[in-house]
Design a binder for this molecule. Structure first.
Ligand SMILES: [Zn+2]
Length: 723
């Protein structure tokens, strides 16, 4: 068998692999055998094992692409696509080998503004589009052909240059045309059968969702602007990117036009019969669309969104549209997808405060990302979530900083590639590196340079980035380095972006002499430039933290930190795990974690209290693992529990740590220790949605669950080091 296989491979190496052979290897996801045909190192096949967002789950097929207008021969590895993941793999046959044509290899044309007009048939589950798109010839790029990329469910029927037809060959979603002689406007007619609910686009009798798919031609995933006109039934809602220009009556119902002036790589679009509310808040028009949520539920969402967008506008730069919207979609699936002027969510999530998708307006929108080189913008969106929760100026910022402190988590996936080379082609680890490591590295950078310096760098990046070009880590790095020269951060970027992995570090030999804390870092593996937090505890149990920048350590790892006005007796090494290193995550025993799954007792006398907790426990006997919704006046057991929680309740006024709330307008929750390992939860006041207290175990929240005050414990599993 072995000899036969080698003979077969040797044969292919001379004449080039047959389609049958390629299909067999692709079906088996035999990356190793396929790599032997590659002119490069074969790493382009790695993604066949699974894309970052599961592209490839329907299997791969290999088809020949041999247009009549060129002598060159190509093959396409095709599979149904979902956006922000790998595209189809295009190869040119060169000798007996395959030369990968990456979406990163610049094509001889670049697309400009698109003008699309769209019609659909729900009965056929189809959409028909004519796109007039400007193309500029890139003189410096050689080649007699160029390609547009669609999702393979879209089939092009005609392309013209305005005067005559343009020859083309489509295989999968790759549409090849001859290199044009001059700049031109292509008119591309195409039609798609759209039927991949919970993965990409989907059309049902009352809803057309093209989101999460390539329903428009892309070249090099270059960001572009567009105008879109769609014909639809009069009572349907159009949810499109950018600003709405007009809706007017047409033969088939209504024709609505949107103008998207922010160049974007990833386009979202839904039209359908659904509930819609809109309201003006803080100078923006806020929308919410849903098929299945009640209008009462939908009304909460604009309040969350307005506060988040307002905060980001102040922090990163002005929001570029006149409106924002949240779409609660029955076909999107799990999670959500940003569209820069709105976001699409799978059902069961909203209403909720989501600081992630709106952050993409800046990180992915104003600063576009192709996802081909890294998921850098996911790191910024994840970092923004924590940044919003900590600094959003709702209630006590000090309490928020403690409750929403970010812990870093190492993952074996971080060894797969350096951040600078962690795009879609590496498959699954691209997500871990984007959402996980990138966000953690930004949080460490924030510790090193301070929040305001990080924000200044972001603002500059947003301001100076050339509009309509993809943004990358290197551009951000250059800005941070230039703005923070005294910190000499080059080694930070080299350590965290240019090589894979994470830190493994501990501290030994701690000693304290008046005014000086000394010790030595022990690296298990590579050294990193990073912030490391040391928490000192004095004789009376008070704690204070100091940050060690590892750049300050001697070559043998030893360090000395000046300590004034505090006499430590014990030291905790990075107890909140704010450094990206191995080791256990901190445990906090938060109200949210501890009350999940508790039985709920609701006092009928306070039926309007904390509505998000539904329960039918009839009486209060054993309080262990019970969440009680009530008021001390009508639920006598609440008296003692409120005292234990630190709540002083008089009528509808509740005071906690000096802050008084009106229980008809805000809520209070706490995890109460009952002794002998037993505990219960208490909840009172007006809070219609789940209280979001982060790591806090007790606190106050507003009527939609946003934290106003909260107390957070020191990590329960932090272990003290002797001095
Ligand atoms: Zn995201």
């Amino acid at each position: 068998m072995m000899a036969m296989l080698s003979l077969t491979l040797a044969f292919y190496l001379q004449s080039g692999p047959t389609l049958d052979a390629l299909n067999e290897f692709a079906r088996k996801r035999d990356v190793k055998s396929l790599a032997t045909f590659s002119i490069g190192d074969g790493s382009e096949f790695r993604v066949l094992r699974g894309g970052a967002y599961d592209v490839g789950r329907f299997g791969w097929k290999v088809l020949a692409l041999e247009p009549a207008f060129t002598k060159r021969k190509f093959v396409v590895f095709t599979t149904p696509l979902t956006s922000q993941d790998t595209g189809e793999l295009l190869f040119e046959r060169v000798g007996g080998k395959l030369k990968f044509v990456s979406e990163l290899d610049l094509e001889p044309i670049r697309l400009g503004r698109h003008k699309l007009s769209m019609k659909f048939s729900t009965a056929e589950k189809s959409v028909s589009i004519v796109d007039d798109v400007a193309a500029t010839v890139q003189e410096q790029i050689k080649g007699d052909v160029t390609s547009f990329r669609f999702s393979p469910c879209y089939k092009v029927s005609a392309i013209s240059d305005g005067r005559s037809p343009v020859p083309f060959t489509q295989v999968g979603g790759v549409v090849m045309v001859p290199r044009p002689a001059t700049n031109l406007t292509y008119s591309i007619s195409y039609k798609g059968t759209v039927n991949l609910p919970l993965y990409a686009g989907a059309i049902s009798p009352n809803n057309v969702t093209l989101t999460n798919d390539y329903w428009y031609p892309l070249v090099n995933r270059w960001p572009t602007t567009y105008d879109l006109t769609v014909e639809h039934p009069a009572e349907w809602e159009v949810i499109a990117q950018g600003n709405k220009i007009e809706s007017k009556l047409s033969k088939g119902g209504v024709e609505t036009t949107y103008k998207m002036d922010l160049p974007a790589v990833y386009w979202s679009f839904t039209v359908g019969k659904m509930r819609h509310i809109e309201t003006d808040l803080d100078g923006l028009r806020h929308h919410m669309w849903s098929t299945n949520l009640t209008e009462d539920k939908m009304r909460y969402q604009p309040r969350f969104n307005a506060h988040i967008l307002n905060f980001y506008s102040r922090s990163f730069g002005a929001y570029p549209f006149k409106q924002w919207g949240s779409l609660d979609s029955p076909t999107y699936g799990g999670g959500a997808l940003e569209a820069y002027s709105f976001a699409t969510y799978g059902e069961g999530w909203l209403p909720d405060a989501d600081p992630h998708e709106p952050a993409h307006t800046w990180f992915g929108g104003i600063l576009p990302n192709t996802y081909l080189r890294s998921f850098w913008n996911e790191g910024f969106a994840v970092w923004s979530e924590g940044f919003y929760e900590r600094e959003c100026a709702l209630g006590s910022t000090e309490d928020r900083r403690a409750a929403f402190i970010k812990d870093c988590r190492a993952s074996e996936d971080y060894n797969a590639a350096p951040l600078l080379a962690s795009g879609v082609s590496i498959g699954g680890p691209a997500s871990s590196l984007g959402y996980g490591k990138s966000g953690d590295v930004l949080a460490m950078l924030e510790q090193l340079i301070g929040t305001s310096n990080l924000l200044d760098a972001i603002k500059e990046w947003v301001r100076v980035h050339p509009k309509g070009t993809p943004a990358e880590w290197e551009e951000f790095e250059a800005i941070v380095l230039r703005r923070n020269q005294s910190l000499a951060l080059k080694d930070f970027f080299d350590d965290w972006f240019c090589r894979p992995g994470f830190a493994s570090v501990s501290v030994t030999g701690l000693s304290y002499t008046p005014g000086r804390l000394s010790g030595r870092l022990k690296w298990n593996g590579a050294k990193y430039r990073m912030p490391l937090e040391l928490w000192m505890e004095n004789g009376s149990g008070a704690r204070q933290s100091v940050m060690l920048d590892t750049k300050e350590c001697a070559p043998d790892g030893s360090f000395t930190i000046g300590v004034l006005g505090f006499t430590p007796k014990k030291i905790y090494f990075d107890p909140h795990h704010r450094a990206l290193r191995d080791g256990a995550s901190p445990r906090f025993d938060s109200f949210g974690d501890a009350t999940r799954g508790m039985k709920v007792y609701r006092d009928p006398a306070t039926a309007s209290y904390v509505k998000c907790y539904e329960g039918n426990l009839k009486e209060l006997a054993d309080l262990d693992k019970v969440l009680i919704v009530g008021h001390p006046d009508t639920t006598p057991k609440m008296k003692e529990l409120c005292v234990k929680a630190g709540f002083s309740v008089k009528g509808q006024n509740l005071t906690f740590r000096g802050t008084t709330i009106d229980l008809t307008k805000a809520g209070a929750v706490a995890l109460v220790d009952l002794g002998e390992g037993k505990r219960c939860g208490i909840a009172l006041g007006k809070c219609d949605l789940s209280p979001k207290l982060g790591k806090a175990y007790v606190g106050l929240c507003d009527d939609i669950g946003r934290m106003l005050r909260g107390s957070t414990r020191f990590p329960l599993n932090a272990s003290a080091l002797p001095l």
